[in-house]
Design a protein around this ligand. Sequence first.
Ligand code: URA
Length: 326
Amino acid sequence: MQHDAGVLVYKMNNSAPVFLFLKRREGWLDITKGHIEGGEDKAKAALREALEESGLDLADSIDRYFKCSTVYDIDIGGGKKEKKELTVFIAEASSTAKVTVSNEHTGYAWMNYRDALDAIKSGWQLSILPCAYEYIMRKSRMSELNAEYSSLPDRMSPWNLSRVFVPGEGPLNAKVMFVGQAPGAQEDAERRPFIGRSGQLLSALISSSGLKREDTYITSVVQFFPPKNRIPTDNEIAACRGFLYRQIDIIRPRLVVLLGAVAAKEILGIKSISSVHGTMLEKDGVSYFLSLHPAAAVRIKSNMPKIEEDFKKLGKQISSMGLQGA
Ligand code: URA
């Protein structure tokens, strides 16, 4: 089977995306896409095609987490057809982006979602456009939410946490979400969740459960570092509460994994994680899995077999819910 890769380019206009379509000589609308050449991965091929076909350099704006694949038939002559797999990425162009089409195209158009659906009517793009649109709308909601959350220190007095906001990380349509306690010093320095020693253990545990870290969404109850790694206070947790719930509402995961006592208490009101870790609970239509926090196993070696056992059970849960590769 042949493999192509492409980018669905968009820019935001009044909080909604408008998509770039190139007009092919044959008369139909296309996105920037083409063959994956030797030595290229899919993202690299998609970015090269975007540059060649639209003149846009999207290397810094391609979404690290969204990709969508579709398989369709192409005519190869003599009445024969062959299957082709196409992987599409999304990338946001700046509002002033200047498009220069290649000689395979006669022009271009920026189209809103409804007009694009009407113009396409059928074909492989129809399976990609709704999925990309829905993702971009989540992205826009999350970026507004994160802007509001990151300015919390300016609106609260006193503020005893770091003023550096550590955003959650991962696909905004992840099926599995991990919620920890609060960032540590390294997370604070690099503005990324779970990248220190606990984070490295978390990544290994996630792969032991049959998932890839990059397919899951990772965040914490409090997204500002509590100096000296102290436990966030009840007031600090209360100040951050609404944001976490709104994040869960944007992602709408099938399964939320609560890492440690703070997350278990905050979301499910559980007083002691030691008797319930390794189990599942349902609340308000959301499925939760309870685990020890990786930091507990980094600090106290005897917790390591316990957390490994938690993630073994999580792996079984993930298979029974069909969430592998999610
Ligand atoms: N521990 C957490 O609970 N969250 C992080 O982001 C890092 C470590």
